[in-house]
Design a protein. Structure first.
Length: 303
């Protein structure tokens, strides 16, 4: 099978590498970085210097996989591709777009006879080795035609990927996936923080993570990653307490509110990420001041 690939950042580049390494599928690759295109060519891809050149090197019906940041970059790429592609061709968005944008784009592309497939992609930098979890949304026929690509990128032909439903459903499921991820990460972080604070036991948190990885009911891939991190840096020295969010946690919380579904753990984990960015936390100062006002509790003064 032949596929165009737009966006050769770390994940996109690894996906091209996996496709070329594990299959005979032909990949035509484009990125604004000539170095990224050259790296893709090193993995056996056919390089392109522009979107127009990429489309010109594909045979109909064409399929172009976009792996660029959500928002304006994806929007402009879809618009340009729509002018270059023909009826029956497919645009695949494997980034982290909002599912509502997917639904809108499909409506815009319908009059042109173009398919739009949204693929929620999980696996990060480990996907090259382990395979990617692919949550696919789109027309059944369009998804089925792309099956060989999904089977190559997934951990196996029968595991780790599937069609979730119509256009938008893939990124919707990935959005919820990321919301759950927020909650799991927060629980691990808080648990290890409590153990690290128990100085009288002199606990080796790296050892504990290794013990939990086998047989424990809390074992998971995230725990494996926590164990790796603690093995490399047991005290987490040099890591700033600033946690970025990709936006999907926010979308998950907003969706929960819209659907009247209580999601306190996911919501609180998002709030904690936001709070981590305030080194000089006004809210914490206010809490201390209020405790002092109503209970006379001591206030620690700043140095």
């Amino acid at each position: 099978m032949q596929i165009g690939f737009v966006g050769l950042g770390r994940m996109g580049g690894n996906m091209v590498h996996r496709i070329r390494r594990d299959s005979d599928h032909e990949v035509v690759a484009f990125d604004f970085s000539p170095e990224a295109v050259k790296a893709a060519e090193g993995h056996g891809a056919l390089g392109a210097g522009s979107l127009a050149e990429l489309v010109g090197k594909l045979t109909a019906p064409r399929a172009v996989w976009i792996m660029v940041p959500a928002g304006d970059p994806t929007e402009s790429t879809v618009r340009e591709l729509a002018q270059l592609l023909n009826k029956g061709d497919t645009i695949i968005d494997g980034g982290n777009s909002n599912y509502k944008d997917d639904m809108r784009r499909q409506k815009d592309l319908d009059p042109m006879g173009l398919h739009y497939v949204d693929v929620g992609t999980s696996g990060g930098i480990w996907g090259l080795k382990e395979g990617y979890s692919l949550m696919v949304g789109g027309d059944k026929g369009a998804v089925e035609r792309l099956r060989p690509i999904f089977e190559t990128l997934a951990p196996s032909k029968t595991e780790g990927w599937g069609r979730m439903g119509p256009t938008g459903s893939g990124h919707f499921v990935k959005m919820i996936h990321n919301g759950i991820e927020y909650g799991l990460m927060q629980a691990y972080a808080e648990g290890f923080a409590i153990m690290e604070a128990k100085k009288e036991f002199d606990l080796d948190v790296a050892q504990i993570a290794e013990v939990w990885r086998y047989g424990s009911v809390v074992r998971s891939w995230l725990l494996d990653l926590a164990a790796n991190a603690l093995k490399e840096n047991p005290t987490l020295k040099g890591i700033a307490p600033y946690v970025v969010d990709s936006g999907e946690g926010r979308w998950t919380v907003a969706e929960a509110i819209d659907l009247d579904v209580p999601a306190p753990i996911i919501t609180q984990s998002l709030i904690e990420r936001l709070r981590s960015r305030d080194d000089d936390s006004y809210s914490d100062k206010m809490l201390a001041a209020l405790r002092n006002q109503f209970g006379g509790h001591a206030i620690k003064t700043e140095a």
